[in-house]
Design a protein around this ligand. Structure first.
Ligand SMILES: *Cc1c(COP(=O)(O)O)cnc(C)c1O
Length: 429
């Protein structure tokens, strides 16, 4: 499988090159040259396939022959060693829980898959890379955990001091080994700017192969399509029309869902649910794409003003606005609505949703399911990741799961930096 840049000004590359580079040299996102639907028998028999077999069949064409079957299945077995349950929630609605991984955020699967692919590509010590990533919270923890101990990969995580939750900070700063946390005096956008500057700085890139670990990287983006297949396997016997509502920030997760649909997954409609960072919602109303700087919300993993994967979504719908609107809607909700939804869910069902999941639930309500629809909203983080807001809103205690308790007890290690020059010094030392 070859990948081309959506800016169309860079050479085509193989899967491994696309993963190692992250972004194409013309700053475009890589996109697969073709997407071939899976045979109908795959969906007819999906209830008899296990997670690894489903994932293998789905990802095979995207990886091509660069990772042999045996090794690819081992990677998938390792990456997918936890559950992805659909919880029946109320009449015609379920939630797909994606938070049972090691850092309790859905980014675990993508981060682990990317890490193990890079590990495989470096098996002969020929492809040493440095992963440079800015985080406002969840990405950093998942990347740190996913890449820990992977040979030939150094990970440098930049996060804004005082702006991530205590649990998130511990997840970033306590692992050691090949993971370094840089604590930046500033806000998330400052971290992001430093990372972008480093990628363009040839005094660094002449010495080091830098790559990114957010959803612009195909190895972090594509494996998210598994979630939608796993959900289908669980609800297929209901014989309903499936509507997915995906809490969206950079739109990587929902974009992967649309790839699953291209592979033949029966889906009636996709709903992108956002907080007040509503660039895509406004686009669907006006057909004008006007990104704005991000605004802080209680669902902060979705505080994105210019979603990087939206260009891939447009491509998947043939860059046709009407075709896009037929299968895809987007709605935005403010923090008060989100808190009200958390309370409504809790009072009606006893279920504790995190703010991101609550936004997903609101998206389903806004879409208005009909009698033969089954709506699934994705629960992208465990409520413990947003402990303060959840406990305060619901006036209840959230039990802290063991994987989080372990990390809370560990000692934080980070390096303070104040400027880009310090980052550069660190990378070149
Ligand atoms: C990253 C994240 C999202 C947004 O996912 P995208 O793929 O960027 O749209 C939603 N919820 C949580 C908890 C996240 O960490």
């Amino acid at each position: 499988m070859q990948y081309y840049s959506l800016n169309n000004k860079a050479p085509k590359v193989s899967f491994s090159e696309a993963v190692i580079k992250g972004l194409a040299p013309d700053r475009g996102l890589y996109f697969p040259e073709s997407i071939t639907p899976l045979p109908a028998s795959f969906f007819e028999n999906i209830e008899n396939l296990d997670k690894v077999e489903i994932a293998y069949q789905a990802i095979r064409q995207f990886v091509g022959d660069e990772i042999p079957e045996k090794e690819l299945k081992e990677i998938l077995k390792d990456v997918l060693d936890f559950d992805f349950p659909v919880i029946d929630f109320k009449e015609n609605i379920g939630t797909l829980e994606l938070f049972h991984g090691p850092t309790m955020a859905f980014k675990d699967v993508g981060a682990r898959f990317m890490a193990r692919c890079l590990g495989y590509f470096n098996r002969n010590n020929e492809n040493h890379v440095t992963v440079l990533v800015a985080t406002s919270g969840d990405t950093g923890g998942a990347v740190a955990n996913g890449f820990l101990g992977v040979k030939g990969v150094d990970v440098v995580i930049l996060y804004p001091t005082g702006k991530v939750s205590d649990i998130q900070e511990k997840q970033l700063t306590t692992l050691g080994q090949n993971i370094t946390a840089l604590e930046v005096e500033g806000v998330f956008d400052d971290c992001q700017d430093m990372v972008k500057t480093a990628f363009l700085d040839t005094t660094i890139t002449d010495h080091k192969q830098l790559t990114s670990a957010n959803s612009i990287n195909i190895a972090r983006w594509l494996p998210q399509l598994f979630y939608f297949l796993f959900a289908y396997k669980q609800v297929k016997s209901k014989q309903k029309d499936i509507v997915f509502s995906v809490p969206s920030g950079n739109f990587g997760n929902i974009c992967a869902g649309i790839v699953a649909h291209k592979l033949g997954l029966p889906v009636k409609h996709f709903v992108a649910s956002t907080n007040v960072n509503d660039t895509v919602v406004r686009y669907l109303k006006t057909s004008e794409y006007n990104p704005k700087p991000s605004r802080a919300t209680i669902s902060n993993a979705m505080d994105v003003g210019n979603p990087s994967n939206f260009i891939r979504i447009q491509k998947l719908f043939g860059n046709n606005f009407e075709v896009l609107k037929n299968s895809f809607s987007a709605y935005s909700f403010n923090d008060d609505q989100t808190k009200d939804a958390m309370k409504e869910i809790f009072d009606a069902t006893g279920y504790v949703a995190d703010p991101h999941g609550a936004v997903g639930y609101l998206g389903l309500k806004e879409y208005e399911l009909n009698g033969n629809d089954y709506g699934i909203f994705l629960e992208t983080a465990h409520p413990v990741k947003f402990l303060d807001i959840v406990e305060e809103t619901l006036d209840t205690k959230v039990e802290i799961p063991s994987q989080i308790q372990k990390v809370i007890k560990k000692e934080k290690k980070s390096i303070h930096i104040h400027s880009y020059e310090k980052l550069k010094e660190f990378l070149l030392q």
